[in-house]
Design a protein around this ligand. Structure first.
Ligand code: MV4
Length: 497
């Protein structure tokens, strides 16, 4: 068994901080790496030591595995945690870390590689009786055969790139006449995006829910699941709201999905934290889609309903310790909700809106967790993902988690950049969301910018009221309440710059 005493975190922003916090709780020293754009970043300040690894572009910094490994060796960090994104699902990096005599806090390079190919993942799962969407067994080599298979499956069908991810390289074909055109597009997109033109066909499930199962596996062959997360509310394959548990699963289906997910894990000798992604149709039939071999953005909702610190478990697993959590000991307690806060303008087609956080006041209180990486006055760099924070709430049940989310969104004050907070509030207030009757089309079906409460007039009225109150008031008596806390019907959540 290898004891980890110092971890280098090969990431930035909220996830770098998230990992460092657990490391610190465990008495493990932390090393941050950062680009020239992140000199002042919180993850750099929080870490025990920090190393600049290059210019702002990711390709010259956070994606430079060689520099990161060298930094770990130089500072005596025995292990590297990759977070999500960047190098987290790069099998060559995981291998290089091991070859440098360091511990990669994550799965084996082989498991990363297998699951990085959707076809290889389906092949591995296919040997274990996991339900899968009807489709071709392997990559399409003969177009005539592929067309025939599509007729058998029944239109609409979906062409997917084996190397694809995040919805890239996916093409819906509604009718046989469109087959050739869409196939050409899918292949050329797969080649240009992934350098691999392998595509396969599946029946298109028209209104699915996206439900994923969290796994933990140790290096001794034990794998457990930590129930599901529902991630159906997404926009152009970018998740916006996640929750646990899902409001549609019955205990029986939950258990069946959990067992299937564990089987998928065994199929590739999985260890570390991983997520098995399913789609669920309107009859609650579920189908395995793919596996993500990293800690996911939305992992906190699982932590809140299970009480398990997933990062702590990842570190134990990397130290070759056997899992001490037994499947039968795990239960779901309460309900957790997560809203991703992006520096994007939901009133303007979610255009990225970088700038400086002029005001940044965090929500607090019972049942609120905020994972972020910024402070008031900081600029959001243009070089990286525009996610500012994850706002997570926990309640005894779904209604309570939603109520806390709305309250927390209203307390959260951000000015200087537009954010997706008003959009998160729109989702929380929507009848389809509240009733649990939604699928992956929720956003395109229900959202238009006019749905946002953007009473610019109200803001002006409020400012005018505030100003006149100030002007007529006795010489500056600090009135903390009017400055920092929203009134019940405050509309400052949608405040414009
Ligand atoms: C599907 C599907 C319908 N039928 N596969 C999108 C991303 C990738 N992980 C898989 N995706 C889908 N695969 C079949 N056979 C619909 C989607 C899909 C989707 C899935 C999960 C969450 C959001 C989605 C949005 C659009 C399409």
């Amino acid at each position: 068994m290898a004891e980890i005493k110092k971890i280098l975190i090969a990431n930035r922003g909220e996830i770098a901080l998230r990992v460092m916090r657990t490391a610190r709780e465990m008495g493990i020293a932390t090393v941050a790496v950062y680009s020239e754009a992140d000199r002042e970043a919180l993850h750099v300040r929080y870490a025990d030591e920090a190393v600049c690894i290059g210019p702002p572009p990711s390709s010259e910094s956070y994606l430079r595995g060689d520099k990161i490994i060298e930094a770990a060796q130089r500072l005596g960090a025995g292990a590297i945690h990759p977070g999500y994104g960047f190098l987290s699902e790069n099998a060559a990096f995981a291998r290089a870390v091991g070859e440098a005599g360091l511990i990669f806090i994550g799965p084996s390079p082989e498991a990363i590689k297998t699951m990085g190919s959707k076809l290889a993942a389906k092949r591995a799962a296919g040997e274990r009786n996991i339900p899968m969407v009807p489709g071709t067994d392997g990559a399409i080599t003969d177009r005539a055969v592929a067309k025939q298979v599509s007729e058998q499956i029944g239109y609409p069908i979906l062409i997917k790139a084996s190397a694809g991810g995040g919805g890239k390289g996916m093409r819906v074909v509604e009718k046989p006449e469109d087959f050739d055109e869409q196939m050409d597009r899918a292949v050329s997109e797969a080649v240009s995006s992934f350098g691999d033109g392998s595509v396969f066909i599946e029946k298109y499930i028209t209104s699915p829910r996206h439900i994923e199962i969290q796994l933990l596996g140790d290096q001794h062959g034990n794998i457990i699941h930590l129930f599901e997360r529902e991630c159906s509310v997404q926009r152009r394959h970018q998740k916006v709201v996640e929750e646990a548990p899902s409001s549609v699963l019955t205990p029986e289906i939950r258990e069946a999905m959990g067992r299937c997910a564990v089987e998928v894990g065994h199929a590739c000798g999985y260890y570390g934290a991983g997520t098995v992604e399913f789609i669920v149709d309107d009859k609650l039939d579920f189908y395995f889609l793919e596996m993500n071999t990293r800690l996911q953005v939305e992992h906190p909702v699982t932590e809140l309903i299970t009480g398990v610190d997933l990062v702590r478990q990842m570190i134990y697993i990397a130290e070759e310790k056997p899992l001490t959590i037994k499947q039968e000991d795990l239960t779901i307690r309460g309900h957790a909700m997560e809203v991703r806060v992006y520096a994007e303008d939901p009133a303007n087609n979610f255009l990225p809106d970088v700038g400086t956080l002029q005001t940044y006041v965090r929500p607090q209180g019972n049942g609120v967790r905020l994972d972020d990486g910024f402070e008031q006055g900081m600029a959001i760099p243009i070089h990286y993902d525009p996610m500012i924070a994850k706002l997570i709430t926990y309640g005894q049940d779904r209604e309570e988690a939603i109520a806390k989310m709305i309250r927390a969104i209203d307390e959260y004050q951000i000015t200087g950049v537009q954010t997706t907070l008003p959009f998160g509030r729109f989702v929380m207030e929507h009848e389809a969301f509240r009733s649990g009757q939604f699928d992956t089309h929720f956003v395109s079906k229900y959202f238009t910018p006019e749905k946002l409460e953007t009473p610019a007039d109200d803001v002006h009225l409020q400012l005018a009221a505030l100003l006149s109150a100030r002007l007529s008031a006795e010489p500056a008596r600090p009135d903390v309440r009017s400055v920092n806390l929203p009134s019940r019907d405050s509309k400052w959540k949608t405040q414009r710059r």
